[in-house]
Design a protein. Structure first.
Length: 114
């Protein structure tokens, strides 16, 4: 059974940093692209960033460019989202996703205080 588990969320001050992890099991993630999404309170889920299978290509939503970095360690079956200089509007539940398999994690809450 394919499973994604996010971790690393919590409370962070604006301007700080936080690293989220997405650990996969039941699948060899090195052959799959992975995406991070988020869902702010009262809003729809939105794409944050994506990375291809070998980590050579990534992309970001405009509001995250220059602040967030997606990366992966295929030896650990893990994808990361480094959040630098977060803002209060980055407060959301963050999810990782395997788009080709339509698999989602349970999400991790990130709260950014001003």
């Amino acid at each position: 059974q394919v499973q994604l588990v996010e971790s690393g969320g919590g409370l962070v001050q604006a301007g700080g940093s936080l690293r989220l992890s997405c650990a996969a099991s039941g699948i060899i993630t090195s052959i799959y692209a992975v995406r991070w999404y988020r869902q702010p309170p009262g809003k729809q889920r939105e794409l944050v960033a994506g990375i291809n299978s070998d980590g050579s290509t990534n992309y970001y939503a405009n509001s995250m460019k220059g602040r967030f970095t997606i990366s992966r360690d295929n030896a650990k079956n893990t994808v990361y989202l480094q959040m630098n200089s977060p803002k209060p509007e980055d407060t959301a539940i963050y999810y990782c996703n395997l788009p080709s398999r339509n698999v989602w994690g349970q999400g991790t809450q990130v709260t950014v205080s001003s």
